[in-house]
Design a protein around this ligand. Structure first.
Ligand code: Z5A
Length: 204
């Protein structure tokens, strides 16, 4: 049996990350009897919720301030939630993590990607996920699925297209870690593709 495992879920807005995480959480509990922690960035716990409120609900946040808020949320989240859960031997399913910063603040907003990688390494104390599921979707489809859009969700379509291309680029650079899922299909198909991979990994 595999010990603790850290798995992240990435992709453009409305790709279906939350839906997939719920399905995998249930199957990991039912079929493997594993203890699973479901969490997300930004916004876990009291500290994270306050940062999330500033980040996603306020209309004016400068780009640099935005970056540091995402990183502050991550640093606190890793130390207080993710690492303790992994130390207990659990499986952590995290909705967004370091790749979202590289893609949204780097590929889409234009900040220096090398700098962002270094800042991520500092914020996370170099904690990297073993598996990252990338839910790839045309942003025009994802945005239609998303009824309730936050500040970033309301960015123009071309921003979201840069996000999609950025995630695919990151996946190209790290094919061992990234599993790309075609998120335009109905949810059961997406779940099955992810589950086949995950169940196999847990059995090995
Ligand atoms: N951000 C950043 O810039 N930098 C960072 O470092 C981090 C984040 C960590 C977080 O928003 C925003 O912060 C995000 C990136 C940025 N901004 N944008 N844009 P969030 O976490 O609140 O939201 P999100 O992650 O973008 O989206 P979401 O609301 O979490 O969507 P989702 O989880 O991917 O999708 P869902 O809730 O599972 O599904 C959405 C709807 O589609 C729902 O009605 C489902 O029933 C439906 N659905 C799901 N799957 C399917 C399929 N396969 N077919 C059809 N319909 C489906």
């Amino acid at each position: 049996m595999c010990p603790s495992m850290f798995i992240t879920f990435e992709g453009p807005e409305g790709a279906g990350k939350t839906t997939l995480i719920r399905a995998l959480e249930n199957r990991l509990r039912d079929e493997f009897e594993r203890v699973v922690l479901v969490t997300r960035e930004p916004g876990e716990g009291h500290f994270g919720r306050q940062i999330r409120e500033i980040l996603l609900q306020q209309e004016e946040v400068t780009d640099r301030a935005e970056l540091f808020l995402f990183l502050a949320d991550r640093a606190h989240h890793v130390e207080t939630v993710i690492k303790p859960s992994l130390a207990r031997g659990e499986i952590v399913l995290c909705d967004r993590y370091v790749d979202s910063t590289v893609v949204y603040q780097g590929h889409a907003r234009g900040m220096d990607i090398g700098f962002l990688r270094n800042m991520n390494a500092f914020a996370t104390d170099k904690l990297r996920p073993e598996i990252t599921f990338l839910l790839d979707i045309d942003p025009e489809i994802g945005l239609v699925r998303q009824v309730d859009r936050d500040r970033l969700g309301r960015m123009p379509l071309e921003f979201h297209q840069r996000v999609r291309r950025g995630f695919l680029r990151e996946a190209d650079l790290d094919p061992e870690r990234f599993i790309i899922l075609d998120a335009e299909r109905p949810a059961p198909g997406v779940e099955e593709q992810a589950w086949m991979f995950l169940a196999e990994r847990l059995r090995s």
